[in-house]
Design a protein around this ligand. Structure first.
Ligand code: PLP
Length: 387
């Protein structure tokens, strides 16, 4: 059976070039980047080269790139590294759980958090962030692109507000990286987190941009790796893979990969919207969204049932974020946008890989209407018996 993977916001496969770039660093070039012998030097220069690529990708200095284990660590580091008892933290209600759960954790040491709600289209209003600021606010954290709706947030405006107020600004750019150009100077942030596996790189590796002079506590202590900002022997193959993924992402952005992807996504979206009782969450003509994502509600059915039905037909999509799959709670993102529980539960995210094709979209457009029709015919929700 044909399989079409449309869950790129959960994770992506390595591009072949990434695999090839990483290959020597598992066996022949296995050295520890901290060792002084030749094997160590080879590993060290590979890490340095990846660091230079990341600096170009983010528009920062090499010394401002700190490699880590991915988005969760990057987000946690911003919060645990900067917030102290008595501080106030401002974030949005639609952040990833790597931010929301960390905010819950620091609440125990006396950090109060204000969660700014989005509007109905999933957009965070910078004026609401400004209104939430207090004299004791130390950190603002807002994501670049939402993982469920793809909506791109006005981080540049928020950066200006944070700067004027003299507070630290962190951006979770995990879902924006590779899909929109990153520029930490233009964004005006002190910290920014990315993760390789969301951009056709390996799992378990990522990086934080940490603006020079940002005094923060390291999350992991031990050796003096990463200028004492993140202890632990460097994941050299992973870092090389992240570097290659960033390089390919930069080329892709220049070569119009996202425009091609946006056209595929738009065709997919309008095809699905031809089914009665459907609509886009976080859509809207002028609303900026990353090119690979659409989030669609389907009246009169359970989203989870549709995910399973599509999987059986070879199509991988997700209802809400992957980290919550299996949970019966509706998406906190869609709920914060004002959807009722029933509609939030009946929403699906389609997120395309960079390698998606017209044939993939054709197949999904054949399978989805059939599955929806079948489920609606047998659905207790459709019959009005489910609450
Ligand atoms: N932030 C966002 C917006 C995400 O979508 C994810 C992953 O789903 C993360 C953070 C966590 O990244 P990682 O899987 O690398 O820990």
């Amino acid at each position: 059976m044909k399989r079409v993977y449309m869950d790129a916001n959960a994770t992506t496969p390595l591009l072949p070039e990434v695999m090839e770039a990483m290959r020597p660093y598992w066996m022949e070039r296995f050295g520890n980047a901290s060792s002084i012998h030749l094997d160590g030097q080879q590993a060290h220069s590979a890490v340095d080269r990846a660091r230079a690529t990341l600096a170009e990708f983010l528009n920062c200095h090499d010394a401002e790139v700190v490699f880590n284990s991915g988005g969760t660590e990057g987000d946690n580091t911003a919060i645990f590294g900067l917030l102290r008892p008595g501080d106030h933290f401002v974030t949005s209600a639609i952040e990833h759980s790597a931010i929301l759960a960390a905010a819950e954790r620091v609440a125990r040491i006396g950090v109060e958090t204000t969660f700014v709600a989005p509007d109905a289209s999933g957009l965070i209003d910078p004026a609401e962030i400004e209104r939430a600021l207090r004299p004791d606010t130390r950190l603002v954290s807002v994501m670049l692109a939402n993982n469920e709706t793809g909506v791109i947030q006005p981080v540049e405006e928020i950066g200006k507000i944070a700067r004027a107020a003299g507070v630290f600004f962190h951006i979770d750019a995990v879902q924006g990286a590779g899909k929109v150009p990153l520029d930490v100077r233009r964004f005006g942030c002190h910290l920014l987190s990315i993760s390789a596996h969301k951009m056709h790189g390996p799992k378990g590796v990522g990086a934080n941009f940490v603006r020079r002079g940002t005094a923060m506590e390291a999350l992991l202590v031990g050796g003096s790796h990463e200028r004492r900002q993140r202890a632990g022997t460097e994941n050299v193959p992973g870092i090389v893979g992240l570097g290659k993924a960033a390089e390919l992402a930069m080329h892709g952005l220049e070569e119009g990969v996202m425009e091609r992807m946006g056209k595929l996504r738009d065709r997919l979206e309008s095809g699905i919207l031809e089914i009665a009782g459907t609509g886009v969450n976080g859509g809207g003509k002028d609303l900026p969204r990353v090119a690979n994502t659409t989030n669609i509600w389907f009246d009169n059915l359970e989203g989870e049932a549709l995910v399973i039905a599509l999987d059986l037909k070879g199509v991988a999509v997700s209802g809400g974020s992957a980290c919550h799959s299996g949970a019966t709670e509706p998406s906190h993102v869609l709920m914060a946008m004002g959807l009722n529980k029933r509609r939030a539960r009946a929403s699906l995210r389609f997120s395309l890989l960079k390698t998606a094709t017209d044939e993939d979209v054709d197949y999904v457009l054949k399978v989805v209407p059939e599955a929806v029709q079948h489920l609606r015919a047998i659905s207790p929700v459709a019959a009005g018996t489910a609450g």
